[in-house]
Ligand binder design. Structure first.
Ligand code: OMD
Ligand code: FE2
Length: 491
């Protein structure tokens, strides 16, 4: 292998803080002092700015970094379109499908053949347009191989990566991050990343936002502390390799993938400074706040990161986590309430079970509830929740870790996602056992009337007429038969 590799064996180090002005140099004195682009940079490096906001964005939200690198990014062959799997990995939702039905997918399977992070990306849904810099896309990745002399730069927006299985080693121009299940990372628009597997076969979720960047939510009356703390966000330190090789730069631009060759590794940044840099966060550090007297608060109380839209208080997308915690609300139906929202909700499960659905919603699977699509706890959860001692504190299992991408634009669903063999066409039946407990007695005594003993057992589907929950071309006479979805991508 020509060239030499620097710094590759050192343990990974991080800088702590959210949105800070960081400085990092892998060689002493590599950062110019007092100016950004001297006539000649230390060590003969090239200066390159990458801006994440308009030059003129207000100072409080202006983001940019300066990179000092061995060769500049511009040194590459022309980009050529790459059309692999464009029907499963996309940013174009014009032809995607609309459905008001509740959707759920069983865990997406990791391919047995060698598939890397980018080739294993599978778009589930999205809305808006990367071209207009508004909206988002939600993807699943399943990977069985590391990206090899290959990186991805995403001109379309920021990527929030949520590993569910298998740790990732995410190398960026700013340094390398180890991101295990239970942690998340953000790689912003335009910053190149190469994903290596650091824990075997990998599966996880990606939220891509086309407009603004992620920020920490305001805490309002909560005060100055709680939820995600700024100091728990970790940005990698500068770390470079000087490697001449045949290198492939993948570039996603307006939803399409392009590829260019260059003769060196792009991870050749010896020093950098600025506030536009990738970061990771351990969800175990999230400090949840919740009801300590009664009633179930809205899930926004669990917001880790928010990507604001132009409308105050309306996020393009919120990243919300449901962590292990005590649930103590008295005389309260403790699981999520039944609801219909103007925002749409994509949910994933990193581990354990989710409080509203202990069955059927599995780690590595997903659910999607559209704008005003009714949903809530399944029948078994309802029965359990009304039967328990409503005042006794309960600790939700320590291994539970569900999350939600709560989005404003109503998503369209990719045809391949609807045709996926993992789609659970019987999902709607989990609510079939929710029967009427209505009585003309205004005070029937909550437990006696609605407790588990008084309820008819939830039938899985028995007497319920099956109208077909997902009326698409791919739905056959037996909607639960996986064999029917022969044209679906096995992801
Ligand atoms: O649908 C869900 O399970 C997510 C959710 C959780 C909650 O505690 C309240 C509302 C809500 O949408
Ligand atoms: Fe919900």
């Amino acid at each position: 292998m020509p060239g030499k590799t620097s710094c590759s064996e050192e343990p990974l180090q991080y800088l702590s803080g959210f949105g800070n002005e960081f400085c990092s140099e892998a060689l002493p004195g590599a950062l110019p002092v007092g100016q950004n682009n001297p006539q000649a940079c230390p060590y003969g490096l090239y200066a390159e700015q990458v801006s994440g906001t308009a030059f003129t964005a207000p100072r409080r939200c202006n983001q940019r970094s300066w990179l000092y690198r061995i060769r500049p990014s511009v040194t590459h062959e022309p980009f050529h379109p790459l059309d692999f799997a464009s029907e499963v990995f996309s940013g174009d939702f014009a032809c995607a499908l609309i459905t008001p039905n509740q959707l759920r997918w069983r865990p997406f399977s990791v391919p047995s053949e060698a598939v890397d992070f980018v080739r294993g990306l599978f778009t589930v849904c999205g809305a808006g347009s990367p071209e207009r810099k508004e909206g988002y896309a939600i993807h699943i990745y399943t990977a069985s191989a590391s990206m090899d002399n290959c990186c991805l730069g995403n001109a379309d927006g920021d990527l929030l990566i949520v590993p569910q299985q298998g740790a990732l080693r995410v190398t960026t121009e700013f340094g390398t991050m180890h991101v295990a299940p239970g942690e998340v990372c953000v790689v912003q628009r335009g910053l190149r990343l190469s994903v290596a597997l650091a824990g075997g076969a990998a599966r996880g979720y990606v939220l891509e936002v086309f407009g603004s960047h992620f920020s920490l939510p305001d805490l309002g009356p909560i005060g100055a502390n709680g939820l995600a703390a700024a100091r728990d966000f970790l940005t990698p330190v500068a770390r470079f390799e000087e490697r001449e090789c045949d290198y492939t730069v993948l570039h996603k631009f307006n939803g399409q993938l392009f590829q260019a060759q260059q003769a060196f590794s792009p991870f050749n940044v010896v020093a950098w400074h600025g506030n536009y840099a990738p970061y990771k966060y351990d969800l175990a550090r999230f400090c949840p706040l919740n009801a300590v007297a009664f009633d179930h608060p809205d899930p926004s109380v669990f917001t880790v990161l928010t990507c604001p839209s132009a409308i105050p208080g309306v996020a393009t997308a919120d990243f919300v986590v449901f962590p292990p915690r005590w649930t103590v609300a008295a005389h309260t139906f403790r699981p999520p309430y039944y609801h219909r929202n103007t925002m749409s909700e994509f949910m994933g499960l990193i581990r354990g079970a989710y409080e509203a659905k202990r069955d059927g919603f599995l780690p590595g699977g997903a659910s999607l509830h559209m704008c005003m699509t009714p949903h809530g706890p399944d029948a078994a959860t309802f029965e359990r929740a009304v039967a328990i001692d409503g005042d006794a504190p309960e600790h939700l299992p320590c291994d539970t870790l569900a999350f939600m991408f709560e989005v404003s634009f109503t998503p369209r669903v990719m045809p391949a996602a609807l045709a996926s063999p993992h789609i659970d066409r019987a999902y709607y039946k989990c609510w079939a056992g929710l029967r009427s407990h209505f009585t003309r007695d205004p005070n029937p005594g909550a437990k006696a009337a609605t407790g588990a003993a008084a309820l008819p057992a939830a039938t899985a589907n028995g007497s319920v007429h099956d109208p077909g929950n997902v009326p698409y071309a791919t739905a056959g006479p037996d909607e639960n038969s996986e064999e029917l979805a022969t044209d679906a991508q096995e992801r």
